[in-house]
Write a protein that binds this ligand. Structure first.
Ligand code: NAG
Ligand code: NAG
Ligand code: NAG
Length: 413
């Protein structure tokens, strides 16, 4: 590279000697270019060669951050062969829009970052045309949109307090300016209190009251964009501070929990009762179902019976003709249905009768047992009588006396 440049310098000198003295004028239109971070930008560089040059060397570079440091080359363009050398640090991000005849050598820079916040220089070298202005510079200002600010309340939002509403954007280049706006609880813009101050994103509110409550919006803004955050301020009486509010809420919640438990317990008891009742009903249902099953099986028998009856009627030719002439199939079905239902009813009736007879049986059983008891009672009284008899008439009792009582008999004897 070094060799090439020195070689080219020699060439330039030679050309200068050949073509005589010229006056080149390199110019960048503006001193400062602003670009939002991430955007693309074109830095325009124009030059006015005196004659149509045989060779032009264009180079773009950034100025060194410190005075004693070397400037950093971005790219070099050689008109002979239209070669552009791009430094690896800028590879893929820069290109040169060049037109020698028009004297154009614009630098295209894409995806600008904060690192590109530097002074750029455009230099044009034409052999034999080194008089005049061979280079120009421009500052690139990379702007960063303000990030969404964060709104916060400093101090206690209670009557009579002094509080600050703060608003800060983490990012922003140039640094954003902040502005607070407020609306009251009816969402109407309000005239701020005389003592209220709005400085550097801090809104200071003094001796706040219920009227200070409302909606506060902060706008963070710089050259390229703006962003907002907001706060809803509700100023409470001193007694209604966070601690007591939490206490009240806690108390209410506890009361609610107790109430819920009590209600739940009551419900449980009621439910239990209902369940017991339902269980009784279930038993009933079970009995009913059993009944239904019985009646079903019996119904099947009934059907057979009807069919049997029908079959017997089919055997009678007069009946058969009657049926086919006067009665449709439907009627027949209806009849069968009716018969079924009748037999169902009969079944249920017989079931009922069964249960009744069951009951009667049990009753008679009871009666039997009762009569048994009565019998035994009678027998007992008989025995008593007999015993009495024996006392009265010992001699007559010999044959009747039971074998199980020999001692007595002995005594009697
Ligand atoms: C509010 O901001 C002012 C000025 O920055 C400061 O002096 C004051 O202490 C702040 N008040 C509160 C409650 O933070
Ligand atoms: C604060 O405001 C109340 C009315 O809201 C007023 O009575 C009181 O004097 C004020 N206090 C101060 C220190 O300004
Ligand atoms: C207030 O801020 C919230 C986010 O914190 C946002 O969703 C809402 O749109 C904002 N309201 C207004 C009116 O700016």
């Amino acid at each position: 590279m070094e060799e090439r440049i020195s070689l080219l310098t020699l060439l330039c000198l030679a050309v200068t000697l050949l073509s005589g003295v010229g006056a080149i004028d390199v110019n960048i239109a503006k001193d400062v270019y602003e670009v939002a971070r991430g955007d693309n930008i074109v830095l325009p560089c124009i030059f006015k060669p005196k004659t149509t040059p045989k060779l032009v060397i264009i180079s773009w570079s950034v100025e060194a951050p410190q005075a004693n440091a070397q400037e950093m080359l971005i790219l070099t363009y050689y008109s002979s062969g239209a070669i552009t050398d791009i430094k690896s640090a800028y590879e893929g991000r820069v290109s040169l829009d060049v037109d020698i005849a028009q004297g154009k050598a614009d630098l295209k820079l894409s995806s600008v970052s904060l690192a590109d916040n530097k002074v750029f220089e455009c230099r044009v070298q034409i052999p034999g045309d080194d008089e005049g202005k061979t280079a120009d510079t421009a500052r690139l200002v990379v702007l960063v949109a303000p990030s969404t600010p964060i709104c916060k309340i400093q101090g206690k939002a209670e009557y009579g307090q002094n509080i600050n509403l703060t608003c800060v954007s983490e990012e922003g280049s140039p640094p954003p300016t902040y502005k607070w706006q407020s609306r009251d609880v009816k969402n109407l813009p309000r005239i701020p209190d005389r003592r209220t101050t709005d400085k550097g994103g801090i809104l200071s509110l003094f001796n706040i009251s219920k009227d200070t409550s409302g909606y506060y919006v902060c706008t963070s803004e710089n050259k390229i964009r703006s962003a907002t955050c907001n706060i809803t301020l509700s100023v409470m009486p001193p007694s209604m501070n966070i601690g007591s509010t939490a206490g009240i809420i806690g108390g209410v919640v506890a009361a609610l929990i107790i109430l819920v438990i009590v209600i739940y317990c009551c419900c449980c008891r009621k439910k239990k009762k209902e369940e017991e009742y339902a269980m009784g009903v279930h038993e009933e249902e079970y009995r009913d179902k059993e009944m239904a099953r019985n009646s079903e099986s019996r119904r099947a028998d009934g059907q057979e019976d009807t069919q049997g009856y029908d079959d017997s009627s089919m055997k009678n030719p007069t009946v058969r003709s009657e049926r086919y002439e006067e009665r449709s199939e439907r009627d027949y079905d209806h009849r069968r249905d009716y018969d079924d239902r009748r037999s169902d009813y009969n079944d249920r009736r017989s079931d009922y009768d069964d249960r009744r007879s069951d009951y009667d049986d049990r009753r008679s059983d009871y009666d039997d047992r009762r009569s048994d008891y009565d019998d035994r009672r009678d027998r007992y009284s008989d025995r008593n009588e007999r015993y009495d008899d024996r006392y009265d008439e010992p001699y007559d009792d010999r044959e009747r006396a039971p074998a199980s009582k020999p001692r007595r008999r002995d005594y009697d004897d």
